[in-house]
Design a protein. Sequence first.
Lengths: 312, 114
Amino acid sequence: MAQITRLQELAYEVKIEEVMTRDPVTVSPETSMSDLRAILRDHRISGAPVVEDGVLVGIVSIEDLIKALAAGEMDAQVGAKMTRDPMTVYADETVVLAVNYFDRQRFGRFPVIDREGELVGILTRGDIIRGLLKQLELEYHQEEVLRHRFSQVFEEFIADLTSITLHRQVVARDFQNAGEASSRIKRVLGRLGVSPQIIRRVAIATYELEINIVIHTDEGGEIIAEIQPQKILIRAVDRGPGIPDVAKAMEPGYSTAPDWIREMGFGAGVGLTNVKRCADEMLIESPGGLWTSVKVVIYLDQNQPAGEKQAA
Amino acid sequence: MKLKEICRELGLEVRTAKEKLGREVTGGYASDLLSCVMARAQSGNIWVTLQGHPNIVAVASLLNLAGIVLTEGVEPDAGTLTKAEEEGVAILTTPLTSYSVVGKLFDLGVPGAD
């Protein structure tokens, strides 16, 4: 019944030391709560292990800080407010163990120790998801088949800045494989649980940019899609010959495609119009006719304006 | 209306992705310009065209179209058939003209994408 996803498999394969944050910021039991506040703020962290003479004695979090703040006890020492003898995990254990701990315990982070008991890192949910996504991205580059959605995971960790970047080379005049980059990006978005309307807009925009590289460049180029929690950035970069008149190229119906390409149904002169209609933001650069870069932003938030939605 | 019923009513020859014939067709679109198809055709639409090269599969797959009808006896390229089978895109062929196919689809109650 329960299908094992690749993400779950990875949780069994990847070790905690591969995803944890090394050399974590630590505090001592004598640190005052007001100093702790500055430390957490400066390092943009939400908790820290408490170490005394090299030995882990506790853990203190932003929650403890808020309680102290509410009670007017900011002069108190960390030692009095921390959680003593915190649950720890071993660096050489697998990530799945920590995932189970996070499920069952209310803690937001676990100190990581080696088998000698030495503190070597700290582990948050964010560390786990970044580590696993990085692994998935590596596998994507190896062109292994990704089979699973991890939308729930994305939602759960939405607070963390997590992104996936996909690169795909596009070969000039290769009409046989044109559309491959867009298909791959579409597939990944589908697995991430992105809404069909957004996928449609990304698919149309990347397809047109990809086809432009196939039709108009001498040496091809690259499509790069960066998927962030709030938006998708698409960049199409090529090595020339560039667009002499960008404003003209944006006019619907204007095309420089030769007849043999038009006969295949390409080069109708509405490609960039299509991209613009699907994009929340679009920027074309083609300096001195040397190369062209098109940047497109599509927000994942449904409330963002988009022409494609009105047209649909 | 299901793709299967459309194939039967119009006498279309199913060339690829027989497993997709149970799909519901949401509407139709006809054009030989790929960017126009990208702009207008909607998910679940049937697309009527004269183009037989492999890129029609990419377009249909990206838009999640229900199927492609190749008219006037156009023979899809070998690469098109292989790719369509891989991607699960139904390709249907007919000796009828695009005009007639669209007319018959309308008679069957398949609406335009607009």
